[in-house]
Design a binder for this molecule. Structure first.
Ligand code: SF4
Ligand code: SF4
Ligand code: FES
Length: 294
């Protein structure tokens, strides 16, 4: 088979179900160790499956579920690396099960575990609902009195494409040591939400500020020491540290440590404390400010 035909064949099989007929065509097998258990504890259990060229780890897990362990819990939806549901850990690293070929682990064990930064529900399923709680606390998009459709400069719109690619797989949250090792969940929003806040802060029509949330609220951007682990695991190649976290840190530093801005913040804070609703909206100059920075 030519190299191109071989590649096409692999691509077409990448998301295919594994059937016992396929096993008959190719006698090879593959062993996987899969976590079986819940939040109370569990163990890795060994399964042997028929090996098929191009098979992804999700195929292998679904084959085990279909033929050997009907109660094996795994979350998936699109099987095309679009929905972010199938994130888990393979050999200690967060991966999308539907985007990771079994062949990548030739000569190695394959150990599949649930995401470790969140409570385990069962087998390969973690409870990621904490993330939705964080999301709900971020000051929402606020276009003021402007009504869609908006007119925006092209360069402003282009800057919003990257953060919009996020599929909420939460693998960046899983790998971040602030959550995974130091368990700062009550004080730290995590890289996924720095991406979200970068989007909102750079949106030319938005009139709210998230800098207070980032510095004094549960954003906790100061805990991030820019190790870039989050960027390395992002399946849609968002440059989380360079394009989201560093610009947010710079804005926080400008706001809190520039003496003139510090004074303005104090004055605004005093006004806010004296107002009935606590304020929170930023002055209506964000669009001009971003355009001149761009
Ligand atoms: S760069 Fe920051 S947010 Fe990303 S993994 Fe490292 S500490 Fe966490
Ligand atoms: S930023 Fe990347 S790694 Fe993080 S949740 Fe979004 S897609 Fe997943
Ligand atoms: S099943 Fe949707 S990303 Fe894997």
């Amino acid at each position: 088979m030519s190299e191109t035909a071989k590649q096409k064949n692999m691509a077409s099989k990448a998301h295919a179900e594994v059937h016992s007929d396929d096993a008959a065509k190719d006698g090879r097998t593959r062993t996987l160790h899969i976590f079986r258990g819940d939040g109370e504890g569990g163990d890795l259990v060994e399964y042997e499956i028929p090996m098929i060229e191009g098979m992804v780890v999700l195929d292998a897990v679904l084959n085990i579920q279909a033929h050997q362990a009907g109660d094996l819990a795994v979350r998936w939806n699109c099987k095309a690396a679009h929905c972010g549901s199938c994130s888990a850990e393979i050999n200690g690293k967060p991966k999308l099960l539907c985007k990771t070929r079994v062949e990548e682990y030739e000569g190695q064990d394959i150990r599949v575990m649930p995401l470790q930064a969140f409570p385990v529900v069962k087998d390969l399923v973690s409870d990621v609902s904490w993330n939705y709680g964080v999301s709900a606390q971020i000051p929402a998009f606020n276009p003021g009195n402007e009504q869609a459709p908006f007119t925006m400069f092209e360069e402003d719109v282009e800057r919003l494409y990257e953060p919009r690619k996020c599929i909420e797989c939460f693998m960046c949250q899983d790998v971040c040591h602030v959550l995974r090792t130091h368990h700062k969940h009550p004080e730290f929003a995590g890289p996924r939400f720095f991406v979200r806040m970068q989007y909102l802060e750079m949106h030319p029509m938005d009139q709210s500020s998230r800098l207070q949330f980032l510095k004094e609220g549960r954003g906790g951007v100061q805990y991030c020491n820019i190790t870039k682990c989050c960027s390395e695991v992002c399946p849609v190649d968002i440059h989380i540290t360079d394009n989201s976290i560093i610009p947010l840190k710079e804005r926080v530093a400008d706001e809190y440590y520039d003496p003139a801005k510090w004074l303005m913040r104090k004055i605004r804070g005093n006004r806010r404390n004296g107002s009935a609703n606590g304020g929170g909206a930023r002055p209506n100059h964000k669009r001009a400010e971003i355009r001149t920075n761009g």
